[in-house]
Design a protein around this ligand. Structure first.
Ligand SMILES: [Zn+2]
Length: 338
């Protein structure tokens, strides 16, 4: 992330801004509880430590405290929400995130954000305001992030000018019920075609297949969920990423907390792999991998120079073509192009 512009909405909550993130606390946060937490959040040197200050306070309070949102932006964008706050974004994999139905906090991580991202919550912000550091009273926020092109060798530069958002697209993304995003398949997505007819996300400035620029005049259409890539299994078979797939030695959709109609992909591998180990989803224009609390864990080795990462159980993690997923040990899955 190369730049962040934060606007403040009026209210009785608190909005704290770090160079690498923000914390918004809704309701009427008492200074006795939140004063020290916000100081700790602002004073922490590393983003991980800042996050730890807030999550520790939430755990210590048994999650019974004012609703809050944390957004961290580094190479990835990370969202964490507790309680009745809705964060709305223009990120295809997470149009809305709310903690309202969870006893603890909910999280979402976007590993490869697009060229710009907008996130907001609470009361409508006054766009004339701007918070560069510190803490203010607030009832909401809107943050616009500018993101540098990924440092993948051979990656095409991201055009500086974001493509104009066609009318209505934002609205549909935001109003779509989140449940529909995790449906097993048959979902519809909004898309625009390049001059060669390839389907692309409505906000894309450049074709994901041929690299041609997509003119703003190109019409937005609704189409069946496109195949976003393939996952190559240990036996060499490839499954398309166009719906929800549950993978493991004896996969079960219920255990995977996935739609009952999900595709089940049994793997004939060693017991390092759990019976229900991993869920791969096509969520609009994003591919995600979710570890199902597997015993041996799942490690994502991203394409390019990125560090391997152990997936946090049950947190969807965006994946991309070129990535490798390790299930509990040597068993690996390759993410390849359509
Ligand atoms: Zn194309």
């Amino acid at each position: 992330v190369t730049g962040a512009r934060l606007a403040v909405g009026a209210g009785t909550g608190r909005l704290a801004r770090r160079p690498d993130g923000l914390l918004f606390v809704g309701g009427r946060p008492a200074d006795e509880r939140w004063g020290r937490v916000i100081d700790g959040y602002l004073d922490a040197e590393q983003a991980d430590d800042a996050r730890e200050v807030v999550t520790s306070a939430a755990v210590a309070a048994g999650f019974a405290l004012e609703p809050f949102v944390m957004v961290a932006w580094g190479q990835a964008i990370e969202l964490l929400v507790l309680g009745e706050i809705e964060v709305r974004t223009d990120l295809p994999s997470v149009p809305m995130l709310s903690g309202a139905t969870s006893a603890t906090w909910v999280e979402h991580r976007v590993a490869r954000p697009p060229a710009t991202a907008q996130l907001s919550a609470g009361t409508v912000p006054d766009l004339g305001t701007r918070l560069d550091a510190g803490v203010v009273a607030a009832g909401g926020f809107a943050v616009t992030l500018a993101i540098a092109s990924p440092d993948v060798p051979g990656a095409r530069p991201v055009p500086r000018e974001p493509a104009p958002e066609p009318d209505g697209v934002d609205l549909e993304m935001t109003l779509r019920p989140p449940g529909q995003l995790t449906a097993a398949g048959g979902g519809l997505v909004r898309a625009r075609r390049c001059g060669n007819g390839h389907a692309n996300p409505p906000h894309a400035a450049q074709c994901r297949v041929c690299g041609d620029l997509i003119g703003p005049a190109s019409a937005v259409e609704t189409m069946a969920q496109p195949v976003l890539g393939h996952v190559v299994l240990p036996d060499g078979a490839a499954i398309p990423v166009d719906r929800t797939s549950v993978l493991g030695r004896k996969p079960d959709a219920g255990t995977a907390r996935a739609d009952p109609a999900a595709r089940l992909v049994p793997l004939d591998v060693s017991a390092d792999v759990s019976r229900t180990h991993l869920v791969i989803r096509a969520e609009g224009w994003a591919m995600t991998a979710t570890d199902c609390g597997s015993r041996g864990r799942t490690v994502l080795r991203p394409t390019g120079a990125g560090e391997p990462e152990v997936l946090e159980p049950w947190v969807p993690h965006e994946i991309a073509v070129g990535d490798t997923l390790y299930l509990g040990g040597p068993t690996q899955l390759q993410v390849v192009a359509s």
